[in-house]
Design a protein around this ligand. Sequence first.
Ligand SMILES: Cc1cc2nc3c(=O)[nH]c(=O)nc-3n(C[C@H](O)[C@H](O)[C@H](O)COP(=O)(O)OP(=O)(O)OC[C@H]3O[C@@H](n4cnc5c(N)ncnc54)[C@H](O)[C@@H]3O)c2cc1C
Length: 223
Amino acid sequence: MEQEFVVRLLETRQVTHNVKRFRMEKPEGYSFRPGQATDVCVNRPGWQNERRPFTFTCLTDDPYLEFTIKRYPDHHGVTDLLHQLEPGDELLLHDVWGAIDYRGPGCFIAGGAGITPFLAILRELRRTGMAAGNTLYFSNRTAGDVIQEDELRGILGDGAHFILSREIRGGYEYGRIDQGFLTRNVKNFKQPFYICGPDEMVKDVAGLLEGMGASAEGLVFEK
Ligand SMILES: Cc1cc2nc3c(=O)[nH]c(=O)nc-3n(C[C@H](O)[C@H](O)[C@H](O)COP(=O)(O)OP(=O)(O)OC[C@H]3O[C@@H](n4cnc5c(N)ncnc54)[C@H](O)[C@@H]3O)c2cc1C
């Protein structure tokens, strides 16, 4: 039987113009692996069955749970409501799920809010001093959309690359993560590739990497 946990929101913080960090109570015995997610509801009449998946971005042994959530205001859906909540408001959490996990040093490719499983993994790697040898290609529309840029640069140094699709700006690469980009930037197709972002991007990038020599087992993404 699936479990449901009622937790209180402890703190929110704006991360970008449309992304917020949410910290909340952690139920006794609740555990997850970096990269995993759970279904979240707002505990208000009419919303208790509106489940949406979000990825934990805290460390596994933090005393709270944390999500980093992008708002889609024009849907008037769950993310819009979440962004209006205040400390003390209640959420419903469920069982933990997800296929993304760390399988050794490799290449992380993220689009927008797709960075969240990698934030969890990279934060855990920083904590254990194991982040070296990983590379990140993080694609966003503009520099203002990039989630936790300073932190990611701090963890990966020269291994962190930021690509903008709608803005030309010093310190960032410009364009899309397409075949040309991968050919220029990726030399080792034997390493694990971790891919997360809009469905279309994940499908395209995974297909391109396989065509370029990556093995299907070396591609880690939410199926
Ligand atoms: C495993 C997993 C983990 C995730 N982790 C995170 C995370 O950590 N952080 C995060 O920010 N997101 C995450 N997401 C995405 C997140 O679940 C969605 O953004 C969220 O469900 C949207 O809920 P909503 O009620 O606001 O939007 P909904 O109204 O439910 O919309 C859901 C989807 O429908 C489409 N859609 C519906 N209405 C419109 C509209 N008017 N215009 C354009 N498109 C529309 C969009 O594609 C949208 O993403 C994750 C998704 C998965 C599958």
